[in-house]
Write a protein that binds this ligand. Structure first.
Ligand code: FES
Ligand SMILES: [Fe+2]
Length: 397
């Protein structure tokens, strides 16, 4: 169903942002309507900090990797000056992409007609253009985006006036401090998959502890029962991200057949840390699933109203990779996580079918879904701002 964007529609979202014991789900069309995704591009994706990867992926000058958010091709590169930059990879000639995948380069050479760009995006070569009237390559540059690094994660922002991210993530940064993620071991080996569902369906699943001992009931996941979820009450009003805990039935619990950490435990963890899982989310693109020995990160890239590309990777304690049998132990963890993820994928695949149904309801939340209410509040705040902007010309006339 195509949703008309009007005042009653946005007013109806108020019932999704009250206290969790009163709140209900957002209207289903927020998940299914292509026009609403176009609205979200302006309300969210063109303004928010979007995770693209890890700083370790661009260790040396000339290292680059590509990404895409809201269908915009992005390249991230470390310059000769050591600065990490991000820019559009759309050639300013006839729109071929100047970078694919990842690698190391001295410049970006568009394969189509060989226009060449320096690592800061400046056009430095354009063959056989001397007869083009008024053509001045010094005036042509790949559009640059803002870049910020938070705990080793690289974020970009299409909005050059965007306020910095870290000052609005102070609480989340504080609870992650003992994991020292900026110095964690990681790799560029990622699982990258594209799925046929709206980005919020997957974000909400990552954000949802209510299903933990229901959908995932069984020995692998029973270490973290849903009733042990804990939601913070101390998040600042303007927080750009949030977190929740889930207590575990024993210390150093981990999702693998031994149910215990197989990799070195992050060395600065307290006993309290070691007896719970931590879930941190920076919408709209980063989810962290944190246990005592391993952090799974999922970077979500919304492509359209009904497709999303998810990159999944891991972070381990500094020095963990050098430990004997690290690869083997990691594999045991990743195989077990894949079993759990397959259950999520099954659900995420059928929810859009339900959301498109004329019988889809705006269901109420359990107290164990507090994090969904936080996400709704984050979303609706931004929807309201954009809706006010869109209405402004009409009311001013
Ligand atoms: S499209 Fe890039 S050089 Fe022509
Ligand atoms: Fe799950």
């Amino acid at each position: 169903m195509v949703q008309i964007l009007d005042d009653p529609f946005f007013a109806s979202m108020e019932s999704s942002i009250g206290p969790v014991d009163e709140a209900e789900m957002l209207p289903p069309s927020c998940y299914t309507d292509p026009a609403f995704f176009e609205f979200e591009k302006d309300a969210i994706f063109a303004k928010e900090w979007l995770c693209v990867g890890r700083q370790e992926w661009v260790e040396k000058p000339g290292d680059y990797f590509t990404s895409m958010h809201m269908g915009e091709p992005i390249v991230v590169v470390k310059g000769r000056d050591g600065i990490i930059r991000s820019m559009s990879s759309v050639c300013q000639h006839r729109a071929m992409l100047v970078a694919e995948g990842h690698g190391n380069t001295r410049s970006f050479l568009c394969p189509y007609h060989h226009w060449a760009y320096s690592l800061d995006g400046q056009l430095i070569g354009a063959p056989a253009m001397e007869r083009a009237c008024g053509f001045d390559k010094s005036k042509i540059k790949l559009p640059n985006f803002k870049v910020e690094i938070w705990l080793g994660f690289i974020f970009v922002n299409f909005d050059l006036d965007a306020a910095p991210l870290a000052p609005r993530l102070t609480k989340v940064t504080e609870v992650l401090e003992n994991y020292d993620l900026a110095n964690a071991d990681t790799s560029m080996e990622l699982e990258e998959l594209t799925f046929p569902w709206n980005w919020k369906v997957m974000f909400e699943n990552n954000n949802d502890g209510y299903h933990a001992n229901r959908l995932h009931a069984g020995p692998l996941h029973d270490i973290a029962p849903s009733e042990l979820c804990v939601f913070p009450q101390d998040l600042p009003e303007d927080t750009a991200g949030y977190y929740r805990y889930n207590g575990t039935i024993h210390a150093d619990a981990s999702f693998n057949p031994t149910l215990k950490a197989l990799l070195p435990v992050f060395p600065k963890l307290t006993d309290e840390d070691r007896n719970r899982l931590l879930f941190a989310n920076v919408p709209p693109s980063l989810s962290l699933i944190i246990r005592a020995d391993l952090v799974a990160f999922i970077i979500l890239h919304a492509n359209s109203h009904d497709t999303i590309t998810a990159k999944r990777g891991w972070l381990a304690a500094p020095g963990a990779k050098a430990q004997p049998l690290f690869r083997e132990r990691l594999k045991v963890n990743l195989d077990a996580s894949a079993e759990i993820a397959a259950q999520d994928v099954h659900v995420d695949g059928l929810i859009p079918v339900g959301l498109r149904s004329r019988y889809a309801a705006r269901g109420r939340y359990s107290w164990q879904e507090q994090a969904q209410r936080e996400f709704n509040a984050w979303l609706v705040k931004r929807y309201k701002v954009e809706w006010a902007v869109r209405k402004a010309p009409a009311s001013a006339a």
